[in-house]
Design a protein around this ligand. Structure first.
Ligand SMILES: *[C@@H]1O[C@H](CO)[C@@H](O)[C@H](O)[C@H]1NC(C)=O
Ligand SMILES: *[C@@H]1O[C@H](CO)[C@@H](O)[C@H](O)[C@H]1NC(C)=O
Ligand SMILES: *[C@@H]1O[C@H](CO)[C@@H](O)[C@H](O)[C@H]1NC(C)=O
Ligand SMILES: *[C@@H]1O[C@H](CO)[C@@H](O)[C@H](O)[C@H]1NC(C)=O
Ligand SMILES: *[C@@H]1O[C@H](CO)[C@@H](O)[C@H](O)[C@H]1NC(C)=O
Ligand SMILES: CC(=O)N[C@H]1CO[C@H](CO)[C@@H](O)[C@@H]1O
Length: 480
């Protein structure tokens, strides 16, 4: 079995392009060329950590960056990759932290994504080992493997470097959960915009979009919506063509696409690109639908680089592993574990009311088959949701980011939480600066509307890393 799985993954390495644009909602950022390294390394991972008799393995991709590492005792920063191909270690603020602490940076691709898929076919039956629980165990096994190989390289035995885990978004949740489940394997965790709460009807998401937009822009977006809904009823085909989205046959897919196009402006720190032309068009009495279509085509499909097929359920049903598989894979995690269904609130929503709970459940069933729905309660029982009982985890959120309502926003001594507040502070601003598309090298905060707000939170983060690393090191010394 092992050999079969192996042959399959070797084949994949040859056929996969790394063109994957990430999933439909969370980390849809392209990192461009801002990588510290893209040199691939591989190791053998167990397919099923929870079976006593299944010993199959698959090849998992990882990266290491040692330029700042102070051997032999420097810390090791594990940067967790998530719901998209992990094509290298991107150059964000972690690089600055690595320099400061003399740390090695290593990064493991999430199972199934990119080149780390155990299977060539992504049929639903083959996705049963795709879960955050398996992914956390992958990280634990990798952490042990890397420590052992480093020890071999440095000719030392039974000595552990101090580890610290990092992640943004879903990987931010994994970062918090890793410290929760494997506290002996890391000195602490940075959980940036960490979506630790699985949410079934995520109405706060849409409400935050309205708040982040402000009254004028929100009203314009709502007007766009009602105009679009009218035109959808009379001449849907021409309307979809106007947005370059004629391929979206299901109306609610189209409405979700239009909602997401607005979300991305706030989530990734570019609110004015959306709101300025829209408010201006409204003040000038121009056609708002045309103005919105121009934004969607120029920015969302253009410079931001999203592909319309991401919203096409026909595409999501494709089980052939290729560069665009992340969409299907992330939806599987959404439809089984975490939901985060971004539904319209019953009153005053920004998005269309067509994007409701039924829409999401139908999508899950259509794409993955009967019986696939998210066990949100199970996920929150397992990890604790916002009541996560961890320690030495820093949470950081961006004030304009709709995802922050699935994160931990209340602070305690052992799990401090910070909100970076500014006009364009979004998802992962603490590590990526503003705006985040394209990613600025080292997460430069110069273009955040309040660089100072970012600096203050970063200072807190540094102090916690410093403290927890030193506590870890003194513990290691005393146990020797
Ligand atoms: C992984 O397993 C394969 C097949 O058993 C083997 O050929 C390869 O050497 C292993 N790679 C590593 C890094 O251990
Ligand atoms: C590694 O340690 C062993 C035992 O102390 C020693 O004999 C050997 O020369 C060392 N090798 C290197 C490469 O330092
Ligand atoms: C989610 O919303 C739907 C539709 O409004 C409602 O029927 C359902 O009870 C809600 N479920 C939860 C868990 O809030
Ligand atoms: C609906 O939203 C509007 C605007 O936010 C608010 O004034 C109104 O009270 C809300 N109505 C209900 C029933 O919640
Ligand atoms: C900040 O914005 C200016 C003007 O748009 C741009 O030229 C510059 O490259 C940006 N700098 C960073 C670090 O993003
Ligand atoms: C710790 C912290 O800053 N928490 C704030 C995060 O944002 C929420 C609003 O969603 C505030 O209520 C919290 O005070």
């Amino acid at each position: 079995m092992r050999v079969v799985a192996y042959a399959a993954s070797l084949l994949l390495m040859l056929t996969l392009s790394d063109a994957a644009l990430t999933s439909r909602i969370l980390n849809r950022l392209t990192d461009g060329s801002n990588y510290l390294t893209t040199q691939e390394l591989w190791f053998n991972q167990s397919l099923d950590h929870f079976s006593p008799y299944d010993h199959r393995q698959f090849a998992q991709r990882y990266y290491e960056y040692l330029d700042h590492f102070l051997p032999p005792d420097g810390p090791i920063f594990l940067k967790i990759c998530g719901e998209s191909a992990c094509n290298g270690i991107s150059n964000d603020y972690i690089n600055v932290l690595a320099k400061k602490f003399g740390a090695a940076v290593v990064s493991l691709e999430h199972r199934y994504y990119g080149k780390s898929s155990p299977f060539k076919s992504l049929a639903t039956v083959n996705l049963k080992y795709l879960s955050s629980k398996q992914a956390l165990f992958d990280l634990a096994v990798f952490r042990q493997y890397y420590q052992d190989s480093l020890n071999a390289k440095l000719n030392k035995s039974n000595v552990e470097n101090p580890w610290f885990v990092f992640g943004v978004s879903y990987p931010g949740a994994l970062s918090a959960w890793f410290r929760l489940k494997f506290p002996h394997l890391t000195c602490g965790s940075l959980a940036s915009s960490a979506v630790v709460l699985a949410v079934y009807n995520f109405t706060e998401f849409d409400q935050q979009i309205g708040e982040s937009a402000g009254p004028e822009c929100k009203a314009a977006l709502q007007e766009v919506n009602s105009l679009v809904e009218q035109r959808l009823a009379t001449d849907g085909k021409a309307l979809k063509t106007l947005f370059g989205a004629a391929e979206l046959k299901i109306d609610a897919d189209f409405m979700y696409f239009l909602a997401d196009a607005a979300v991305i402006a706030f989530q990734y720190g570019n609110p004015d690109i959306l709101c300025s032309p829209l408010v201006q068009a409204k003040n000038n009495g121009e056609d708002l639908v045309d103005a919105y279509a121009a934004y969607v085509k120029d920015y969302y499909l253009g410079s931001f680089g999203v592909s319309v097929q991401t919203y096409n359920q026909q595409h999501l049903k494709n089980t052939v592993l290729n560069g665009d598989s992340s969409d299907r894979l992330w939806w599987f995690q959404v439809c089984t574990e975490v939901a985060y269904f971004q539904v319209a609130p019953s009153n005053d929503s920004v998005r269309s009311s067509k994007v409701d709970t039924r829409y999401h459940l139908d999508l899950c069933k259509n794409v993955f088959g009967e019986g696939i729905y998210p066990d949100v309660d199970g996920t929150n029982i397992y990890y604790g949701g916002k009541k996560i009982a961890g320690s030495k985890i820093v949470f950081a959120n961006g004030s304009q980011d709709p995802w922050r309502h699935a994160s931990k926003q209340t602070s305690s001594t052992d799990m401090p939480s910070y909100t970076v507040t500014c006009h364009n502070c979004g998802h992962g601003t603490d590590l990526r600066g503003c705006p985040q598309a394209p990613l600025v090298p080292e997460g430069d905060a110069k273009n955040c509307s309040s660089p100072d707000a970012v600096h203050k939170v970063r200072q807190q983060i540094i102090e916690h890393i410093d403290l927890w690393l030193s506590q870890c090191q003194s513990l290691a010394r005393s146990s020797m």
